[in-house]
Design a protein. Structure first.
Length: 364
């Protein structure tokens, strides 16, 4: 019998990466006064690359013209406007529109969600609001963020076509002693989660509305039972997502809608995903989309390329179009392969091409 061990894989925008349990052998300007013109159709975008010449030329070859920015974080200050403008201008020199970034609430401000009521919470929320203002002044009109307590849990890596390595989550393979192991946050109940989320939204969303910056929160990945590692997740199911958006009613408050993360909480994602897209999309609550398919569903799934999962991803894009969504479609959690010298460029190139083709198809 092999011995299990915990390892971490890097994830864009989040320290600590994907938490894997593996067998031993085997993340006042941009809006300005009135904001930028609303695009007339969806477009491919990425959050997965830096801004080196090599990376930017690769994205150009893949037909990617929109990108999420990565901005240096300064303790006590947040973002620096001059730095944001310089980064935006560099992207523009490659013909790239920088229209989104990640607001690092989970990564930099544990007092807000992880610890909740503390002397630091108001101070940190004030800094978050100032970062929204800085993004707006730099021409960034959309920010994604994360209010999770737990990092992303996976139990193994499974092989897909051509040797692609996909992460998977199988609850029955997650040892019971690990499920009962608390994080530094201790026991975090649903009531505590909602108090922290509502406290943040009451202070953050009015600033986002003033600056005309669309704010998209992420779902919690993966769906797990209550009290998993001491935490009650609240944003895996439709009712929790609905309550979250109704807490503050604003056209600038909504979702970083991760199709894969939402599907992870469904029994039959092939059919159940579409009413959820229609509900939030028809109300203008989807501000960006992570385009990730999967095989399986609640408590047991493997991540998949867009064309091989259980969901019809052409229909997903058509549904987004029909509800009026017109912003970025981002590949998410792409698989890696040992045959790719850079690990993930092949799968990104495939996903970019697939998304561009699907966008053309749904608007034809």
């Amino acid at each position: 019998m092999t011995e299990s061990r915990l390892i971490s894989l890097p994830r864009i925008g989040r320290p600590g990466g994907l938490r894997l349990l593996l067998e031993a052998d085997s993340s006042g300007g941009g809006g300005g006064s009135g904001g930028p013109a609303k695009p007339d159709r969806m477009y491919v975008r990425t959050q997965g690359f830096g801004d080196s010449d090599e990376e930017m030329r690769f994205l150009q070859r893949c037909g990617v013209k929109h990108k999420a920015g990565r901005f240096p974080f300064h303790e006590g200050k947040g973002w620096d406007l001059d730095e944001l403008n310089q980064i935006r201008e560099r992207h523009e020199s490659f013909g790239m529109t920088l229209d989104m970034s990640a607001l690092p609430i989970y990564e930099q401000f544990p007092s807000i969600i992880y610890h909740g009521k503390s002397p630091d919470r108001d101070r940190d929320i004030d800094l978050v609001c100032e970062m929204i203002r800085t993004a707006s002044r730099a021409g960034i009109d959309s920010l994604r963020y994360n209010t999770c307590v737990l990092n992303i849990d996976r139990t193994e890596v499974e092989e897909g076509r051509g040797g692609y390595r996909h992460t998977a989550f199988r609850l029955d393979k997650f040892p019971k002693e690990k499920q009962d192991e608390l994080t530094d946050a201790g026991r975090v109940t649903q009531e505590m989660r909602w108090e922290r989320a509502e406290y943040l939204l009451e202070r953050m969303i009015p600033v986002a509305e003033e600056c005309k910056v669309r704010m998209g929160n992420s779902q919690e990945d993966p769906a797990v039972p209550l009290n998993f590692r001491g935490v009650d997740k609240i944003l895996n199911e439709f009712e929790g997502m609905k309550r979250y958006t109704e807490t503050q009613r604003s056209p600038y408050h909504g979702w970083n809608f991760c199709v894969g993360s939402v599907a992870e909480g469904l029994e039959d994602c092939a059919t159940e995903i579409f009413p959820i897209i229609e509900h939030f999309g028809s109300r203008g609550m989807i501000h960006l989309v992570h385009y990730r398919n999967l095989l399986g569903g609640r408590y047991s799934f493997r991540e998949a390329l867009p064309d091989e999962g259980d969901m019809d991803f052409c229909k997903v894009l058509k549904t987004l179009k029909d509800v009026g969504y017109c912003y970025g479609i981002d590949p998410d959690h792409v698989p890696r392969t040992e045959d790719d010298p850079l690990g993930y460029y092949q799968s990104y190139a495939y996903c970019f091409g697939y998304i561009n083709a699907m966008i053309q198809a749904v608007y034809a």
